[in-house]
Design a protein around this ligand. Structure first.
Ligand code: FES
Length: 385
């Protein structure tokens, strides 16, 4: 056994065991968009103590100064000796106060009863709190979906379920404990809940094996439209929890809920409803006819396959503009550690505005294949095309 220390937590790990697995098993979040396959270069941890030798892949994915300062990729690191691990600071929770006021309706709820509407996104979990009698939204809590340690997209998470015994249960436990954590922070009893998400997210929540979604004929175990008791899902909800129906394996209950909320099953005009998340889903609606489809969309905006891409962590460049020179801001005003989705869009806009790339993303100067946003963070040719 070897000792791994993370903050004040000391973990005894089997010698030689993979560091990412050890951290996951102990409930420690490490961003792992490629699911630990050594491709994305995002599962960076800083190691002090017995620093393992750097692998060839790490040499390609880490900068010289990162390697020298002890940064390694957790998925490519084995626990070979006593290590102290320093993790990047992930921003996981945000909240807002009173947000929305609805007209009081006679809906059968008692005054003061609270309900939640939960949107389990592949990347972000959002929990909306409502006073059920009035329909007023009273609070919102959101944060990174911590299942991300098993991969940024649904296919990586389905693969993790197949590759790792217990990953399905752990991902289910992870989302349930995140929702329960937000409920505890809110501090009131929850009478009922509605939970939406894409079809894979609802499988992971309910413990159903999602592997059929990833291979022909691409069918999961359920399209839901099911009522559970809160305790059946391990949720701190006193009454019922409704999971609305998904439309198909790749068009989830979040789209169903959006279409209903917007009355798009009755629209007189053609309306195009688009939800760009980690998965992009869209619906073209008119009258009682609705066509739906979905595409992979978001991992690039969450840092996957972008050299210095990162999620919304402290130090992520989140705004870029040109004012006689390239200017930027970072989350929490921390020193730049990478660039997140909003920064990436801004940076490419600046590159077009200043003629670094043309509107197709082609670098205008054949000698150059990098655009520096800060001293250490750049956008590369491969990032764009
Ligand atoms: S390289 Fe380790 S999770 Fe992607």
């Amino acid at each position: 056994m070897v000792e791994i220390q993370v903050g004040s937590m000391k973990i005894q790990a089997d010698k030689g065991k993979n560091l990412l697995s050890v951290l996951r098993d102990n409930g420690i979040f490490v961003d792992a968009p490629c699911g630990g396959t050594g491709h994305c270069g995002k599962c960076k941890v800083k190691i002090a103590g017995e620093i393992p030798p750097v692998t060839e892949t790490e040499q390609a994915l880490l900068t010289r100064s990162e390697i020298v300062s002890g940064t390694r990729l957790a998925c490519l690191t084995d626990c070979t000796g006593t290590m102290r691990i320093m993790l990047p600071e992930y921003k996981t929770v945000s909240k807002a106060g009173f947000l929305e006021t609805a007209q009081e309706i006679d809906n059968g709820f008692c005054p003061g009863e609270t309900g939640i509407a939960v949107d389990i996104g592949t990347t972000t979990l959002a929990v909306y709190f409502y006073e059920l009698k009035s329909g007023n939204m009273t609070d919102v809590r959101s944060g990174l979906n911590l299942q991300r340690r098993y991969g940024a997209d649904v296919i990586s998470r389905i693969s993790a379920c197949e590759a790792e015994q217990d990953a399905l249960r752990k991902m289910g436990d992870s989302i349930v404990s995140q929702i329960n954590g937000y409920i505890r922070e809110y501090g009131k009893k929850i009478a009922s809940a509605v939970i939406v998400g894409n079809t894979t997210m609802l499988h992971l929540l309910t413990g159903l094996d999602p592997s059929g979604i990833a291979k022909a004929p691409y069918l999961g175990q359920s399209l839901f439209g099911v009522m559970y008791a809160g305790h059946q899902l391990g949720l701190q909800v006193d009454g019922e929890v409704y999971l609305p129906p998904c439309i198909s394996s790749y068009v989830g209950a979040d789209i169903t809920a959006g279409l209903i909320a917007m009355n798009l099953d009755r629209s007189k005009e053609h309306v195009f409803y688009i939800d760009i998340g980690t998965n992009g889903e869209m619906a073209l609606c008119k009258g009682n006819t609705i066509f739906c489809c979905s595409v992979a969309a978001g991992p690039a905006f969450e840092g996957a396959k972008i050299k210095f891409g990162t999620g919304s962590v402290a130090g992520a460049i989140n705004r870029v503009w040109y004012d006689g020179g390239v200017k930027y801001t970072t989350i929490d005003d921390a020193p730049p550690v990478g660039i997140c989705g909003s920064g990436l869009i801004d940076a490419v806009a600046v590159m077009v505005e200043t003629g670094i790339v043309d509107e197709t993303g082609r670098f205008m100067d054949d000698q150059s294949d990098e655009f520096f946003v800060s001293e250490s963070i750049s956008i590369t040719r491969q990032d764009i095309r």
